[in-house]
Write a protein that binds this ligand. Structure first.
Ligand SMILES: [Zn+2]
Length: 577
């Protein structure tokens, strides 16, 4: 980083005190808290501006440091306090310096938070006028030992209106020996009257590549072996916060127990799913392969992935694909040049911006639901089901055009991209008395059976096997000649045998039917119910429907019908008032 070079040639990084084995382990965030600006990563703009101000002796009376949590606001505030008060190793320095020595009494006492002239206050716990009054009164007296009295007020936006007003008077005419350093995560809540009297610095989120490089340096100092991929994962999870990055690295070190820390270890630690597998799920859902997508989700979940992290990754995937569509060279969630990035680009080419935008909305809503759900995995499944159904709907503009022209709104399908067209499967789906054979007049070759629905379509309507396949079977795996299912408790014991016999009868080939104890997609009946709910939600998001719902308070959607099959107005809400 572009840190100012020290004139005396001394290393600016102050190494941690040599520790003996008797000393307790110090967390990295404390051990490597920067003691001067050179140790502050990712804040070059701030350092440059401050350096200039110090160089020309135009130091503001009040500083306002803003930025997300963990970017180094409090650390910066303390460094400023040291910079203002450093007297140098020989005690002879008379002016503030941008390069505090870290050795003199003021430097040491400030970093240990025991300097009487440097006061730190957390406005989150002391918000009242009385707390501020203490400061205001103290301001009148000269510093006891230091050059400047420095008041560091953290989370300053939490102060009461009265407290701000009290502070304002002091800020208007601060005595020359007093400096204020304010820090806040919510700059918008700070009154403009206060802001206008401060020099403001926006501490930026630390770029994940920069943070990864920083962590790599620390790992080397700590003699910790860690893969590059593992560092990248930590840096990404830290979301621009050095403090979070350090604490995650701490956890990874503890977890690694002296062994090489791999990307897999970190993924496990963070409850992260493999990005390639997340891309698989997204691709399947957007292609309408709902059962397969849900099976993949189940496998990830069983492997320890956190549903919330999966949702976040799906959102990141959507974001990446959308960006790739707009700017093909986009970098981000998938590393440029990797196989996943290539696959993502291919997928992006197939999807419209409209469908990606819709996916984003559904996933974002799902993210909050997963976060608040008592069973996050269920909420995650719900969101994925909605996504698969929405992916099948035509874009809104086309939908509206079709409606206006009296055209058909195709029924969404979500069970295999290769599902037969509606006209082909409608008689079966509606449970009419037509013999099922009619749906597959030439029998069914093994290869044509791609999902549970295909098997159901081969069963006699209302037959016991068909009802059981619809209500009592979770499909775990299906490939030609082999099917793995998890029957519900209500399923008859003969189900596996019945299914095997049926498959053999219709395909003329031998099938292996195996029983799993866990996993699998929701039953077809569950999927149908979920899909119905999902369709209502998707339809409710359509602008036309939303407009109607807004116009008629109390109106609700009671049915969604396809023009194609029912020949009635689709998706129109019925007011009950
Ligand atoms: Zn010093």
């Amino acid at each position: 980083m572009a840190a100012p070079a020290r004139a005396d040639g001394l290393a600016c990084y102050s190494p941690p005190m040599a520790k003996t084995s008797a000393q307790p382990y110090r967390v990295l965030a404390r051990k490597y808290r920067p003691s001067d600006f050179t140790g502050l990563i990712g804040q070059e703009a701030l350092v440059r501006t401050l350096s200039n101000a110090f160089a020309i002796q135009r130091i503001a009376h009040a500083f306002m440091l803003t930025g997300v949590r963990g970017v180094g606001k409090t650390t910066t505030a303390r460094i400023i306090a040291r910079a203002l008060n450093c007297i140098g190793p020989d005690g002879k320095r008379t002016d503030p310096t941008i390069q505090p020595c870290g050795k003199c009494e003021p430097c040491v006492s400030i970093s240990e938070s025991r300097n009487v002239d440097v006061q730190e206050m957390d406005a989150a716990s002391r918000t009242g006028i009385d707390d501020i009054r203490e400061i205001i009164e103290g301001v009148r007296y000269a510093p006891v030992a230091a050059r400047y009295k420095v008041y560091i007020i953290d989370e300053v936006h939490m102060l009461s209106k009265q407290a701000f007003n009290g502070l304002l008077k002091t800020l208007e005419e601060p005595p020359p020996h007093v400096k204020f350093v304010f820090a806040t995560t919510e700059i918008r809540k700070v009154p403009v009257t206060v802001l206008s009297r401060c020099q403001r610095f926006d501490l930026r989120r630390i770029d994940s590549a920069e943070l990864a490089a920083y962590l790599a340096g620390l790992a080397e100092k700590e003699k910790v072996k860690i893969e590059e991929g593992a560092l990248a994962l930590i840096a990404r999870a830290a979301e621009g916060s050095a403090r979070d990055g350090l604490s995650l690295l701490d956890q990874a070190i503890a977890h690694g127990e002296g062994e090489m820390i791999t990307a897999d270890t970190v993924r496990l630690l963070l409850g992260l799913a493999d990005r390639g597998r997340v891309l698989d799920i997204f691709e399947k859902l957007m292609g309408g392969k709902l059962s397969e997508g849900l099976t993949d989700l189940g496998a990830l979940y069983d492997a320890g992935a956190d549903p919330l992290a999966v949702m976040q990754d799906l959102l990141e995937t959507t974001h990446f694909l959308t960006r790739v569509k707009v700017a093909p060279a986009a970098q981000g969630f998938f590393d440029g040049g990797s196989g996943e990035a290539k696959r993502a680009a291919d997928l992006a080419a197939k999807l419209s911006v409209a469908s990606l935008t819709r996916a984003w909305q559904i996933l974002l809503k799902g993210l909050f639901e997963v976060r608040d759900a008592t069973r996050p995995i269920s909420a995650c499944e719900m969101a994925l089901i909605r996504l698969a159904y929405a992916a099948e709907l035509p874009p809104t503009d086309k939908l509206v055009k079709d409606l206006l022209e009296g055209g058909a709104m195709p029924a969404p399908r979500a069970s295999g991209a290769s599902a037969p067209p509606p006209s082909f499967r409608a008689p079966v789906a509606s449970g009419s008395a037509m013999p099922a054979r009619a749906a597959m007049p030439e029998g069914a070759p093994t290869a044509s059976i791609r999902n549970l629905e295909d098997i159901v379509a081969l069963c006699e309507p209302r037959s016991e096997l068909r009802v059981n396949l619809e209500h009592n079977v979770h499909l775990v795996h299906l490939e030609p000649g082999r099917i793995e299912i998890r029957p519900t408790a209500r399923a008859p014991r003969t189900l596996a045998n019945d299914l095997q016999a049926k498959l053999r009868a219709v395909t003329g080939e031998r099938w292996t039917v195996s029983i799993a104890n866990q996993g699998g997609a929701p039953t077809l009946a569950e999927q149908k119910q979920l899909a119905k709910t999902a369709r209502f939600e998707v339809v409710a998001q359509e602008p036309m429907v939303r407009a109607v719902l807004d116009r008629f308070p109390g109106a609700e959607i009671v049915a969604v019908r396809d023009v194609a099959s029912d020949d009635v107005a689709p998706a129109m809400p019925e007011s009950d008032s």
